[in-house]
Design a protein around this ligand. Structure first.
Ligand code: SF4
Ligand code: SF4
Ligand code: FES
Length: 360
């Protein structure tokens, strides 16, 4: 098949960028990575890009096609070539470009290191007996464990673009991989750390990371689960946590989001006083309802019934997150005896069961 690509080249010595077009023959099974190999082998040996496994495992070949992050070895070119399209290939976003399609991954690894990406089992000496964890318990963090560290999510993160210090989707998904691990004993410390500025609550919930992740890790869902777990553990001093809690209170009591109370409930009274002039402007232009009497929705009973239902089901923390594809169902499993989760419904994570001799 005939393939055409436009590639953003970057020469680090001259500091120049240029969009170059390449046309060539490629086999019908070719991926974007195969096409880049053809360009490098036959047309321009100076083209720089990363690759290793060629089979969506190593995470080396992240780049952008038409502005969206992809794994080059996962992207088939047949349909694109047949449609006569000429896609634009560029380096991933939010990371410094070293040359052409190669980015400096050090900022990425720095964020990963910052979330303590290893198990903290609570002991330092080897234990005599192997700690067996059921498949069902590991299923809770199945998606987060699939991450191949490709950086595609980081490339697309709006919050990182505004705040390069934001931990970002890959690191926070890695954090959830350990918060959700039944063997980890540092849950509270982790949640406190991840709730600091530039952490969990700085995510804008744009879902771009989730959309672009080539491995189905669903990093935004992982961040939502971390937020829910933080609130469940009483780690809620961040404005983001207060904001989320007020959404629930406001919906439960009036069926509406009461914007006029949102700022004081989130930022505190002192900080809100500075916003009075702005608030008065909104009020006089009819942009917000007067705070008194509170606007109560006609069908507020439905919102309250929903709240009560969730309470009855004892859904708290990550067990209450329903926005992810299968987040909730993954938390609902039965043990081998056909009974409910032995740690309690929706529990997350708790000590491993012990036998009659007290061994895990
Ligand atoms: S959902 Fe959050 S973490 Fe994901 S890309 Fe958007 S801002 Fe970044
Ligand atoms: S979460 Fe997905 S997109 Fe992000 S680094 Fe991991 S595999 Fe890549
Ligand atoms: S070359 Fe390894 S993921 Fe693409």
């Amino acid at each position: 098949m005939q393939v055409a690509l436009k590639i953003w080249r970057y020469d680090p010595i001259a500091g120049e960028r240029a969009l170059r077009e390449y046309e060539f023959d490629a086999p019908e099974w070719a991926t974007l990575l195969d096409c880049l190999d053809i360009v490098k082998d036959r047309i321009d040996g100076t083209l720089a890009y990363r690759k290793s496994c060629r089979m969506m495992i190593c995470g080396s070949c992240g780049m952008r096609m038409n502005g969206a992050a992809v794994l080059a070895c996962k992207t088939r070119m047949y349909d694109i070539a047949q449609a006569g399209e000429v896609p634009v290939i560029s380096a991933m976003g939010n990371l410094p470009i070293v040359k052409d399609l190669v980015v400096d991954m050090e900022p990425f690894w720095g964020k990963i290191r910052a979330v303590t990406p290893w198990l903290e089992p609570g002991y330092t000496e080897p234990v005599e007996k192997e700690r067996v964890v059921s498949q069902e318990r590991m299923d809770v963090i199945h998606k987060e464990s699939l991450c191949i560290m490709c950086g595609c999510c980081v490339s697309e993160c709006n919050s990182m673009e505004a705040d390069p210090d934001f931990l970002g989707p890959a690191a926070l998904a890695k954090g959830m991989r350990f918060v959700g691990d039944a063997r980890d004993e540092a849950t509270v410390e982790r949640l406190q750390e991840y709730s600091n500025p530039h952490g969990i609550w700085d995510c804008t919930r744009c879902y771009f990371c989730q959309e672009r992740c080539p491995k189905g890790v669903d990093p935004r869902d992982a961040i939502a689960k971390l937020g829910a777990e933080a609130v469940r553990h009483g780690i809620d001093s961040d404005m983001g946590a207060k904001h989320a809690k007020w959404f629930v209170t406001s919906s439960k009591t009036t069926g509406w989001l009461r914007e006029t109370e949102l700022v004081p409930k989130t930022q505190g009274i002192a900080a809100s006083i500075k916003e009075v002039k702005f608030a008065m402007g909104l009020l006089t232009h009819g942009k917000v309802p007067p705070p008194v009497p509170p606007h109560v929705a006609k069908d507020v009973g439905e919102a309250r019934a929903l709240y009560d239902l969730v309470k009855t089901q004892e859904r708290a923390g990550a067990a209450g997150i329903v926005q992810g594809e299968k987040a909730l169902s993954r938390l609902e499993f039965e043990d081998d005896g056909g009974e409910r989760d032995p740690y309690g419904e929706g529990s997350f994570p708790k000590p491993l069961p012990v036998d009659k001799d007290g061994n895990e």
